[in-house]
Design a protein around this ligand. Structure first.
Ligand code: PLP
Length: 398
């Protein structure tokens, strides 16, 4: 056997991406959505850490209209891999990027006159009529043209022969909480813009406002398309939003026990000696740490081994964390531990880790570093329909 860098054994810590579950989630979401409403699969930031190319392929196969991305590099990677579907760049564009966008048919959001003019010039030079989307800032104060200043910009676009106004969109600051007051205000402002367009006789084929939270809880705002990210991966954006039964998390994080240490009473564990054994203990070392994206906690949290919780002890290191396995005598070297995900009847949710990190599920999913290689499972299942219409659909985790 040749000992090359492409066939070395992978380290005993990894993220597992269940493409069968991803496909099933997509089928459940597609089934929940009215048939006329298109689905934009948001696959920015490597599909929230799940691997953009695989997710994009499966989403498009399951009927997504296109993919939403943040950066030119993300979109170019998909184009280079042969994805020909619409790719919508959701963020702000530098003028220097526009030639690439036109050359590779990447759809951009425009929200200021200078970009409109430059884009039209480039499109003309390429002999193309390019679709554009306009992002309306309706109250979130992030990207976009203010709702009360949008019509002049829209007029500018409709006057450019090289541009085609394909979409108008807005983004909700809060769509997944019980109180929808601000979302409703934003939607009303967005509708003022749509009314202005209608008064001009301009019809826009893709009016879109909803992220996962809006898709679940603001059906009146679905319009022509919804932009769904986190829900594709089986994670609900909040604890109070509507549930779609059967959705399951796609990502797990796993590691194997790489050392076992017996402790005598009074012995300490890890940097800073943050844990002192109160009695004889047995501890396992897992080769994963804050250098992989695990929150830098001390004596907090747990992992699953043999389907049961083993508490973290001491401070977590860059490449290691220690857990107490005194109550798991069956645990042995190289046994599999689940850092995030299910094992037996137990589960460590993304929300549980988010709490340790003092953050949100989005941050946890995208925060796992790439030195944890992605292991894709159920690619075979992922190649065929997995949603059995007659099967009883399991209830979603709370
Ligand atoms: C990221 C993003 C989404 C997807 O949000 P989820 O909450 O993950 O569904 C939708 N629209 C825009 C503009 C985004 O930036």
């Amino acid at each position: 056997m040749k000992l090359h860098s492409e066939n070395f054994p992978l380290r005993p810590a990894w993220t597992e991406i269940d493409l069968g579950k991803l496909r099933r989630n997509l089928q459940l979401i597609r089934r929940d959505l009215p048939g006329a409403v298109k689905l934009l699969a948001v696959v920015k930031d490597e599909a929230y850490g799940h691997g953009a190319l695989d997710v994009a392929r499966i989403a498009l196969d399951e009927g997504a209209w296109g993919c939403g991305l943040s950066t030119l590099e993300e979109a170019m990677t998909l184009r280079d891999e042969g994805i020909t579907a619409p790719l919508l760049l959701l963020g702000e564009r530098q003028e220097a990027e526009l030639s690439w966008c036109v050359a590779h048919d990447l759809t951009v959001c425009v929200n200021e006159p200078q970009i409109v003019r430059t884009l039209a010039k480039i499109a003309t030079a390429f002999g193309k009529q390019v679709p554009v989307h306009v992002k309306i800032h309706s109250g979130m104060s992030r990207y976009g043209v203010r709702w009360d200043e949008a019509l002049p910009l829209l007029d500018l676009i409709t006057a450019e022969k090289a541009l085609r106004l394909e979409g108008v969109m807005t983004h909700f600051a809060q769509s997944d909480e019980t109180d929808k007051t601000f979302a409703n205000l934003q939607f009303a402002r967005f509708n003022e813009v749509l009314a202005g367009l209608a008064a001009r006789g301009v019809s826009v084929p893709l009016r879109h406002t909803c992220n996962s939270g809006g898709f679940l809880d603001l059906p009146q705002a679905h319009l022509d398309m919804v932009r769904v990210g986190i829900l594709l991966f089986g994670i609900f954006p909040s604890s109070v939003c509507r549930r779609i039964p059967g959705l399951e998390p796609v990502m797990s994080v796993k590691a194997r026990i790489a050392a076992i240490q017996p402790l005598k009473p009074g012995e300490v564990v890890g940097y800073g000696m943050r844990y002192t054994a109160p009695s004889e203990r047995r501890i396992a070392v897992l080769p994963i740490g804050y250098g992989d994206g695990f929150p830098r906690v001390r004596n907090q949290g747990s992992v699953l081994i043999h389907g049961r919780r083993a508490p973290l002890i001491g401070g977590i290191a860059m490449d290691a964390l220690m857990v107490d396995i005194t109550d798991l005598p069956e645990a042995q070297m190289w046994d599999e531990a689940v850092i995030m995900g299910r094992q037996g009847g137990e589960e460590i949710t993304v929300h549980e880790i988010a709490k340790l990190k003092n953050s949100v599920s989005y941050d946890v999913l995208t925060g796992w570093r790439l030195r944890l290689r992605r292991k894709h499972v159920n690619r075979d299942i992922a190649n065929r329909a997995v949603l059995d219409e007659s099967a009883h659909v399991a209830t979603a985790p709370a």
